[in-house]
Design a protein around this ligand. Structure first.
Ligand SMILES: Nc1nc2c(ncn2[C@@H]2O[C@H](COP(=O)(O)OP(=O)(O)OP(=O)(O)O)[C@@H](O)[C@H]2O)c(=O)[nH]1
Length: 616
């Protein structure tokens, strides 16, 4: 018996996928997603229901459910074909009679506010391991799906673009993979509705693939897997799918609900399917935004253009932007002087799910910052003042909280944690360093590598390090100036090394800084006072002879007279002949300056220092 995919049937019957799912729910048919398959008899039943509905027989049928097929199937199906989508309307409608069903339909007209809000295009981000083909895939989609703009429009990189598909618009964020994603998320904003995880068919899952999956899962963003490079002879999509199951991600054809689409960014194979799946997913997510609502947006990218000045790409999430609007980002504001869409065309207004490049900010906003609008300049200033005051309150509260935590942590916790973010040039280096670090852990010391990755540290790393009080260690990579600057502002340490063992030494220093140091007194040497010289500036200087070990400047000093200790203090100065020296060895004479003037001939000056004891 042949099976049919739900979305294929929906397409054939010219129904929305959501509507098809309603019918299936009504029939009590279980499915995982719109790409699940259904049995042939169910298909027949659905076709019948839809046909009856379209000829108007549906209502007659609903009026006499028992006459037709078996009641449990028919009745919910009739209910499912009603036009109301809201849970409220549904629960308000007992489904057992035609009168109720008709009633419900009437209710919907007046009662379903959500349908007033129009659908918006999905915003998609593409993530994946280095070289698996993210850029190539985006380029292919851009080349084939982005209509050339009117003459004069210069297409430039703005961090996002809009692709036209047979199912409508899809917006792609094309700033590099997770960087954009994490930076944006680190600020509490979520701009992507769907994450495409690109996995090369000849390479399968790699560390950054896992990282990308983890990011999408953490953001609770639905994922679609694109198995790329299918044109290669060594492509092994089955291995990719099996590897995915090890992460508890089960592809549909293995009975799970993960959508996996084989594609080739080189030949274009499967790209159409991928776009179709994105649209299906968006439809299921029922993405809506009100173009008439209050404006809300997120910065995708900000930069300074030599000619134009500060340019920022903003994704409109709610409401509509107009040239001339006042925008507030963080604690600065600007007035939109000009807007261009992602294809470079000048526009006057932009509604939901539109990435727009804005000219008019006075400062370069950072990606992930939320953007709001203000009625006028005065309102913008008020909003900024309110934000600044609430930030100060939060900062004060944090300082206080930190103090109490510090006070409490000492006695409560005996296990110390060193938080690290590791960045290296290759995965091999990352693994080697992690191996060495793991061996440094002990019962009371935990080395927590919060994030490890290939390539230079990002702003996202700094934000994470800032909140977790972590140090960023780089091996054979260095932070770009912009990231260093943010790190300085946030008091985050970024340290770069070219030799692994120097990096490990730094970790040792961090560990020491984290473990309560234990000091012990170490004997250095002793000297006998042979004469006392009065010095006009330094007070008394004890002319002495070193009889054992050595004496050092700044050492602790103990002066004994016979059996009695007459003084304990510091050896503040040491002189050999007329010169100040750091150390004097056995057998030499020297002038000792103590922070005490009571030394007498015959006294013994013993020097010691406090040294940190190495802890296992
Ligand atoms: N044969 C084949 N090669 C591909 C395909 N997609 C990408 N490539 C090649 O794989 C290499 C990496 O592709 P990119 O698109 O730069 O990969 P990426 O994931 O964006 O890499 P990064 O930006 O460095 O993270 C390039 O040499 C591409 O030409 C494909 O579908 N088939």
């Amino acid at each position: 018996m042949s099976k049919v995919r739900i979305y294929t049937l929906a397409k054939e019957l010219n129904l929305e996928n959501a509507k098809m799912l309603e019918i299936l729910d009504g029939l009590g048919v279980s499915y995982k997603s719109v790409s699940s398959t259904i049995e042939e008899d169910t298909v027949e039943l659905i076709k019948q229901i839809v046909a009856e509905e379209s000829t108007g027989a549906g209502e007659a049928q609903a009026a006499a459910p028992a006459e037709a097929q078996d009641a449990p199937k028919q009745e919910p199906a009739a209910q499912a074909t009603q036009t109301q989508p809201t849970a409220a309307a549904q629960s308000a409608a007992p489904a057992s009679s035609s009168a109720t069903a008709t009633q419900t339909r009437d209710d919907v007209v007046t009662e379903a506010p959500k349908t007033d809000i129009p659908h918006r295009a999905p915003v998609v981000t593409i993530m994946g391991h280095v070289d698996h083909g993210k850029t190539s895939l985006l380029d292919y989609i851009r080349k084939t799906r982005v209509a050339a703009k009117e003459a004069g429009g210069i297409t430039q990189h703005v961090g996002a673009f809009e692709a036209q598909t047979s199912k409508g618009k899809i917006v792609f964020i094309d700033t590099p993979g997770h960087e954009a994603f994490t930076t944006i998320r680190a600020r509490g904003a979520n701009v992507a509705d769907i994450a495409i995880i690109v996995i090369a068919a000849d390479d399968s899952l790699m560390p950054q693939t896992r990282e990308a999956i983890a990011h999408a899962q953490a953001a609770k963003v639905p994922m679609i897997i694109a198995i790329n490079k299918m044109d290669l002879p060594q492509a092994n999509p089955e291995k990719v799918k099996t590897d995915l199951t090890q992460l508890n991600l089960v592809p549909e054809e293995y009975g799970g609900d993960l959508i996996v689409v084989p594609v080739s960014a080189r030949t274009g194979e499967g790209v159409e399917d991928l776009l179709e799946y994105i649209s299906l997913n968006a439809e299921l997510e029922d993405l809506r935004a009100d173009p008439k609502g209050t404006f809300a947006g997120v910065v995708i990218e900000g930069k300074v253009d030599k000619q134009a000045g500060v340019l920022a790409t903003v994704m409109v999430q709610e409401g509509t932007l107009h040239v001339g609007d006042f925008l507030v980002v963080g604690e600065s504001y600007g007035k939109i002087k000009a807007m261009t869409d992602s294809a470079g065309g000048r526009i006057k207004e932009a509604g939901p799910s539109t990435p727009v490049q804005i000219l008019g900010f006075s400062e370069v906003p950072t990606s992930g910052e939320k953007v709001s609008s203000a009625k006028n300049e005065h309102a913008a200033r008020d909003l900024i003042a309110a934000r600044a005051s609430s930030r100060r309150d939060t900062e004060n509260a944090q300082v206080q909280r930190k103090l109490t935590l510090e006070e409490m942590m000492g006695p409560l916790s005996t296990v110390r944690t060193v938080n690290l973010i590791l960045r290296a040039d290759t995965q091999g280096s990352v693994e080697a360093i992690q191996g060495i670090l793991a061996r440094k852990e002990s019962e009371d010391l935990k080395i927590n590598v919060m994030l490890s990755g290939i390539g230079a540290p990002t702003e996202g790393d700094v934000l994470l390090a800032g909140t977790a009080e972590a140090t960023i260690l780089c091996f054979s990579v260095t932070a770009p100036g912009s990231v260093t600057k943010i790190a300085e502002n946030k008091g985050v340490d970024i340290k770069s090394f070219r030799i692994i063992y120097e990096l490990i030494d730094e970790v040792d220093r961090l560990i020491k800084g984290n473990v309560e140091p234990v000091f012990e007194e170490k004997y250095l040497g002793r000297a006998e006072v042979r004469m006392v010289i009065k010095h006009p500036r330094f007070g008394n200087i004890a002319g002495s002879y070193v009889t054992d070990g050595s004496l050092k400047r700044n050492a602790r000093a103990k002066v004994t007279r016979g059996k009695e200790t007459v003084y304990e203090g510091t050896l503040v100065g040491l002189k050999r002949l007329k010169d100040d020296v750091r150390e004097v060895q056995t057998g030499y004479e020297c002038g000792i300056n103590l922070d005490w003037d009571g030394a007498e001939v015959g006294d013994i000056i013993e020097a010691s220092e406090m040294v940190e004891v190495e802890q296992a």
